[in-house]
Design a protein around this ligand. Structure first.
Ligand code: IMP
Length: 428
């Protein structure tokens, strides 16, 4: 048995794609279990950047099975765009497997995501407008259309007819919006179904077989702990479960079948969209982090909010996901800073807090307790061994491990596959 979950510990964009791609070199199968085209993973291979949204990052590694699990809000349009783009760059697509139980994103989901969020005015979540929330709402309301329905011509036509009648009424009544055209959507989605049918299967059975055969499986989380629908800064969250527990329900793999959990920790912190962010730096430091780190959304192009590492959040992620090792990413972005700060606690009304407050009022009023570290002021991108990192960098990393209670497993010092320091040799 060799199964590894990769989960984000902050607000997403931690560089999961790079670590997943790195680990995928050893994996037989890479699985997405939640989220959808709202994710944006940039993976750099041989100096070439690939931007993936729905496709498991393992696609860039020859011979991998790439599974889209049932917990994914599956957008066939985006999937096919990604498949076409990858095929035009010579990537082999034969390993793709799409769960027949995944929920399908339809045009009304995308439209209503945008209209609904705008209608909240100053309370908007700032969603990526990919229809993720509305797609999961339909699932929970038991009117969703699944991939198994999409590939059955008559079932899809019938379900679309019923759903669209309701959605068009909602569009008119709530948003004064013109109706969407049934025939147009039907034709578009029948075309998608024809192209995707060969890749659709029961991924539960597939994963069960692979686990029993001792194959190496990597579960690739999208988004991150603080965006989890239950554990994040609700309501400023996504609509799925990026924590490791999401694997169980998101692809039908039982908890005791999971061997290891790797938490991705960006060496500083970013967030896209609205919601509290205690260590945010609305100043020159924040601007420098954004510019040096090119912190702009892969999917939306939005400038990301930036700040210092919040070790409280990472500790929380460690508890929630049972993280065995941290993979610290983008350490090189801090190469030029004279000093670096890390938040190691929250103070609220004069008292130190022991946990992440559920109340957004409290979370937005906490005062981060910072520790200051000397910068290393050296280019670390060529370093391949932990002991060759500058002492200041090691001090920063070791304090991170101490405060969060999670061991260091990987340190990434650049975007390329080889710009990686591995401390843990027992991940797979
Ligand atoms: P949704 O997932 O599109 O519904 O957006 C909900 C919130 O999650 C918004 O604040 C988004 O900016 C955020 N979000 C969704 N996906 C990602 C991601 O991959 N990285 C960072 N933030 C994300």
């Amino acid at each position: 048995m060799s199964t590894v979950v990769v989960t984000g510990t902050q607000w997403g964009d931690e560089g999961k794609g790079k670590i997943v791609d790195y680990l995928a070199q050893q994996a037989d199968t890479v699985v997405r279990f939640q989220g959808g085209a709202n994710a944006g993973h940039t993976v750099v291979v041989d100096g070439e950047a690939y931007k993936l949204r729905l496709m498991p990052s393992g696609i860039l590694f020859k011979g991998s099975h790439c599974v889209v699990g049932n917990g994914v809000a599956f957008d066939p349009k985006v999937m096919l765009q990604e498949m076409d783009s990858l095929a035009s760059r010579g990537i082999d697509l034969s390993g793709i497997r799409i769960s027949n139980r995944a929920q399908v994103v339809l045009p009304y989901h995308r439209l209503m995501d945008g209209l609904g969020d705008e209608a909240r005015g100053k309370n908007k979540v700032g969603t990526t407008k990919n229809g993720i929330g509305p797609c999961y709402v339909d699932r929970d309301n038991r009117i969703g259309i699944r991939v198994c329905d999409l590939v059955e011509k008559e079932t899809f036509a019938q379900k679309l007819k019923e759903n669209l009648a309701v959605k068009n009424r909602e569009l008119a009544l709530l948003y004064d919006h013109a109706p969407l055209d049934y025939d147009e959507i039907l034709k578009e989605y029948e075309g998608y179904a024809d192209r995707l049918r060969p890749y659709v299967c029961d991924t539960i059975a597939l994963l069960d077989e692979e686990i029993k055969a001792g194959r190496k499986i990597l579960f690739e989380g999208a988004q991150a702990t603080m965006l989890d629908i239950d554990y994040g800064t609700y309501p400023y969250v996504t609509a799925s479960h990026p924590v490791s527990g999401g694997v169980g329900v998101g692809c039908g793999v039982a908890p005791q079948k999971i061997d290891k959990v790797i938490g991705i920790v960006k060496a500083y912190c970013t967030r896209v969209g609205e919601g509290p962010f205690p260590t945010e730096q609305l100043n020159e430091t924040g601007n420098r982090l954004r510019e040096i780190g090119h912190e702009y959304g892969v999917v939306t192009g939005r400038p990301r909010r930036t700040g210092w590492l919040d070790a409280c959040v990472v500790r929380y992620a460690g508890i929630l996901s049972g993280i065995d090792y941290m993979a610290v990413t983008r350490l090189d972005i801090l190469d030029d800073f004279d000093t670096i700060q890390m938040c190691t606690g929250y103070r609220y009304q004069g008292k130190l807090l022991n946990e992440i407050p559920a109340s957004l009022k409290v979370l937005s009023e906490v005062e981060p307790v910072y520790e200051t570290f000397a910068g290393w002021k050296t280019d670390i991108t060529k370093v391949r061994k932990y002991e060759d990192l500058p002492k200041e960098a090691r001090v920063y990393l070791e304090r991170m491990a101490e405060v969060t209670g999670i061991r260091l497993g990987i340190v990434s010092v650049g975007p390329n596959r080889d710009e990686t320091i591995v401390l843990a040799n027992d991940i797979f």
